[in-house]
Design a protein around this ligand. Structure first.
Ligand code: NI
Length: 146
């Protein structure tokens, strides 16, 4: 699937967009090639989710919820117990006297991550839910040292 070497491309874009882009990447110490590669991986991750639902992904489901809603915490726990094949870990942080942050780390088919997220999203008392997913196949594989 992956060819060795590099491909060079030429693209057209509005000057103002390039200016903004250069300002941001200079700030974070990236060159254009590195920044565009990362932007392309993010873009593919975002859309491959729909195009290749069975592709393996890693990511997180991050939830802020109302800890006072009765039954919600046991429901959240029950759902996590139903998806032990997908969930690698979870962290619970008590934000204040009413709100909790739950970060669930997931690894598995993108479609299953999406299903888990929509199941959680539907619960009463969820204030915010965000899914981040990275397609495993897109991760650079040539510099893995641990
Ligand atoms: Ni809590």
């Amino acid at each position: 699937m992956s060819k060795p070497g590099v491909s060079r491309i030429s693209i057209s874009l509005p000057p103002a967009l390039l200016e903004d882009f250069d300002a941001v990447i200079t700030n974070i110490g990236y060159d254009r090639s590195k920044a565009i590669q990362q932007a392309m991986r993010d873009f593919i991750s975002e859309y491959q989710w729909d195009a290749a639902p069975s592709a393996s992904a890693v990511g997180t489901v991050t939830i802020i919820y109302d800890h006072d809603v009765s039954g919600l915490e046991s429901e959240l726990t029950a759902i996590q117990h139903q998806h032990t094949d997908l969930i690698t870990s979870a962290t619970h942080i008590h934000l204040d006297s009413h709100q909790c942050l739950l970060v669930i780390v997931v690894k598995g088919p993108a479609v299953k991550i999406k299903q888990l997220a929509s199941k959680l999203q539907g619960l009463r008392g969820i204030h915010q839910l965000k899914v981040t997913s990275l397609m495993e196949a897109l991760a650079p594989t040539n510099s893995h040292s641990h």
